[in-house]
Write a protein that binds this ligand. Structure first.
Ligand code: SF4
Length: 755
């Protein structure tokens, strides 16, 4: 079977001893996160305490998961590392490249033919290096992981920012770039700054329309998109114990929307139930035997404020359903205030499309709760007024939902069941629209709602809510509808209300699946060939980035001063570009095309200082590269928030950008930049951002004495002959400085393998 009981038993066998060593080292009772972190130190049992938010620590994760868009680059990098097999259990999941257009069967067939070259590459490279391969249509990475691989007390990394979904089963699961995955698969330690801890105490019990989704929508409203940065969010309390494991997964999944390193729940009966329901009773038994180590120490629960860096309390008894958006997932509206907000902000009231599912909300429980609303359309003589799509998270859920009649219920209100894949969530959506630039509203049960994310239309107002709220809204066709208080006019002209949703946590007749879509790797992959055509426009073997020249940098041109939000979607757009994820040269043509130029307020138009003309960002950068001139990208707060894709770091590196200088970074992106040998710098004084001018030539000084904790200096040479000079900060430790000097972390691995 897909999971690895031996590995888990090995982790549990040493858990007690390692937890005790950690308790001694830290010198006080431990939170759950600390127990898992300290029992996964690559150096063995803890001998010292690591300061939260400061110390860089080497870990040994138990597992790696990769989705198909990020796996290409991760595995192209792994090929370069020269190792015969992956060092830890690893999997690849084909979920991001399937475009939603007409429905599951046809869309999957199209994807199989369009992406054949990529799927063949991933399948053969998985086969060769001992990696489990989940075929297109098998499901979305995080749902497949929670169904098969996540286990309480474990640690995994995944090349996708919603990897924390596995926290629903009590695992520390962290989204990383492909370069980190490559390190761990190569058997190297994985480095992370010891996270701070945010405790969320949940009391009471959800009822009525409120669901697990509303917990995280509320938390996002409290903490905002930056509030979890550098932190693990640890949930506990009697309220937490009342939530299903998959509901917990939803909450952990969307921890990515507050920038959290990951989120996790204490091991409890609900997790054991889910493990047993998904054919993992032996893991539940093993976890039960060590369950005192799969929760924080009692002293922590008795006085949480003394052990967490920040504490939030939420009473589930009074939690209202929430709708978050548009354009950012932290704009949280309690349902009772939402209609007013829609009217005051002039957001389109008509709902064009309701979309349920995705990795965030496609458990069996989610499907049953949404179906309980959809079923009322027939019994109450209502017709759904909006388009409605359903994305099952895995073939296990889809097959079971079909068997139990849930999909038929969705189809009865016009629902279109899409492939078990990311689809509209990642912009893989061939949306049928009269005018693709029209201002309109959609509501999804997904996690992320940045402008253009779902359909590429900046005027699409995307809101996020639970699947049952989405379904109610799709029936109403109007986002000002409040199903808790409002009536709908049915086909007979009567006023009717929707009853509260009813969910079933685990299917009464058990889960079922015909073909889950899993391919086990070859026992001996040494003779397996991996073909990459030199003429391919989808895949390209990598060449090493150049090593640092050993001097300070001077004469760099300002490429762009990005204004406001600059997410990884702005830096390396998804949607149509996904198909080039394995071809660095081609995908680099999307570099920063979504970033807003501070000087012109336009996207993808920057001044080429060599000609004085405005051009597209990648073209201007290629001109600098051709002229042998480096450049600098300047950005604002939380630069690189969003996803873990290292392309957002590799593209500027490949095209010759030398430094990214911003007010602040999102964690994963900052690490990715360091891995690729790029300088990731922050203004020591955020107001110095204002000193940067459009025609600046830039020097970076202090590199010959580059050291942890020591500022560098930036000199701006303005067009009028004046200069500005100011200090900039960095967070490089000594090991990361070696990456910079070697040209990239991968260059350093190669040197070590060859040594
Ligand atoms: Fe796929 Fe969306 Fe989940 Fe990312 S968040 S894994 S794109 S379904």
């Amino acid at each position: 079977m897909a999971f690895d009981l031996d590995m888990i038993q090995h982790v549990y066998a040493q858990l007690g001893e390692r937890v005790e060593a950690a308790r001694q080292a830290v010198g006080k009772p431990l939170t759950l996160s600390e127990k898992i972190l300290y029992t996964h130190l690559s150096s063995g049992p803890a001998t010292e305490a690591f300061e939260r938010g400061k110390a860089y620590v080497d870990f040994a994760p138990d597992r790696v998961a990769m989705q198909d868009a990020t796996a290409q680059m991760a595995l192209l990098q792994f090929m370069q590392a020269g190792r015969p097999q992956v060092a830890v259990p690893s999997t690849v999941h084909c979920d991001h490249l399937i475009q939603a257009e007409v429905g599951a069967t046809a869309d999957l067939a199209t994807a199989n033919s369009k992406n054949k070259e990529v799927y063949d590459f991933l399948s053969s490279i998985s086969n060769k290096y001992g990696i489990g391969f989940w075929k297109p249509g098998a499901g979305i990475i995080h749902q497949v992981v929670i169904e098969n691989y996540a286990f309480p007390g474990g640690m995994m990394i995944g090349t996708d920012s919603h990897t924390p979904n596995a926290g629903g089963l009590g695992m520390i699961a962290i989204g990383v770039g492909g370069a980190d995955a490559c390190d761990v698969m190569a058997g190297l330690a994985w480095e992370l700054k010891m996270p701070k801890l945010i405790g969320v105490k949940l009391t009471g019990k959800l009822s009525g329309w409120a669901s697990a989704k509303d917990v995280i929508l509320r938390v996002a409203g409290i903490l905002t998109v930056k509030g979890g940065t550098g932190c693990i969010v640890e949930y506990f309390g009697d309220g937490a114990e009342s939530l299903s494991a998959t509901g917990k997964g939803t909450i952990c999944n969307m921890g990515a929307e507050i920038g959290a390193t990951t989120s996790i729940f204490t091991y409890d009966e609900k997790m054991a139930d889910y493990l047993r329901a998904t054919s993992r009773a032996d893991i539940a038994d093993a976890a039960d035997a060590v369950k005192q180590h799969l929760r924080a120490d009692d002293e922590v629960y008795a006085d949480p404020a003394s052990y967490y860096d920040q504490l939030i309390e939420i009473d589930l008894n009074t939690l209202e359903p929430h709708i978050n958006g548009p354009f950012t997932p932290d704009l949280a509206w309690p349902l009772s205030n939402f209609a007013k907000a829609v009217k005051e902000n002039n957001w389109p009231e008509k709902l064009d499309v309701g979309l349920i599912g995705s990795c965030t909300n496609s458990s069996y429980e989610d499907m049953t709760r949404a179906a309980s609303i959809a079923a009322q359309a027939a019994t109450k003589n209502l017709k759904a007024k909006s388009e409605y799509t359903v994305t099952p998270g895995s073939e296990l859920v889809r097959f079971t939902a079909q068997r139990d009649g849930l999909l038929t219920t969705f189809e009865s209100i016009g629902g279109v069941v899409l492939a078990n894949a990311c689809g509209p969530c990642i912009g893989q959506w061939a949306r049928h629209m009269d005018d693709p630039t029209r201002k309109n509203s959609i509501i999804t049960s997904f996690n992320r709602n940045f402008a253009k994310r779902n359909d590429g239309n900046a005027s699409t107002h995307a809101f996020v809510a639970s699947p049952e709220i989405v379904t109610a809204m799709a029936i109403a066709g109007d986002i000002t509808f409040n199903p808790m208080t409002d009536t709908l006019t049915n086909e007979a002209g009567e006023q009717v209300m929707l009853d509260e949703p009813q969910g079933i946590e685990q299917p009464v007749n058990g889960y079922a699946v015909d073909d889950a879509g899993y391919q086990a790797p070859a026992e001996d992959g040494s003779t397996v060939q991996i073909a990459v055509s030199p003429t391919s426009d989808r895949l390209q073997l990598l060449e090493s980035f150049p090593v640092w020249e050993g001097t300070d940098l001077s004469g760099l041109k300002l490429l762009i001063k990005a204004k406001g939000k600059c997410t990884t979607d702005h830096i390396s757009m998804a949607g149509p570009w996904l198909k080039f994820r394995g071809h660095l040269d081609n995908i680099s043509n999307n570099m920063l095309i979504g970033a807003v130029n501070f000087y012109t307020e336009k996207t993808n138009a920057v001044k080429n200082q060599l000609t004085g003309e405005y051009g597209e960002v990648p073209a201007v950068q290629r001109a600098y590269k051709a002229a042998g001139i480096g450049s600098v990208v300047v950005g604002d707060e939380n630069y690189g928030e969003g996803s873990s894709r290292e392309h957002a770091a590799m593209e500027p590196r490949f095209l010759g950008v030398r430094a990214i200088l911003v007010r602040s970074f999102a964690r994963i992106h900052e690490t990715n930049l360091k891995k690729q040998g790029m300088l990731a710098l922050t203004f020591a004084n955020p107001a110095d951002y204002d000193k940067v001018q459009e025609d600046d030539t830039i020097d970076i000084k202090g590199l010959t004495t580059f050291a942890p904790g020591q500022q560098l200096t930036v000199v701006l040479h303005h067009a009028d002959g004046s200069t500005d000079e100011f200090p900039v900060n960095h967070t490089y430790n000594q090991g990361q400085i070696e990456w910079f000097k070697a040209g990239s972390a991968l260059n350093l691995i190669k040197m070590q393998v060859q040594a």
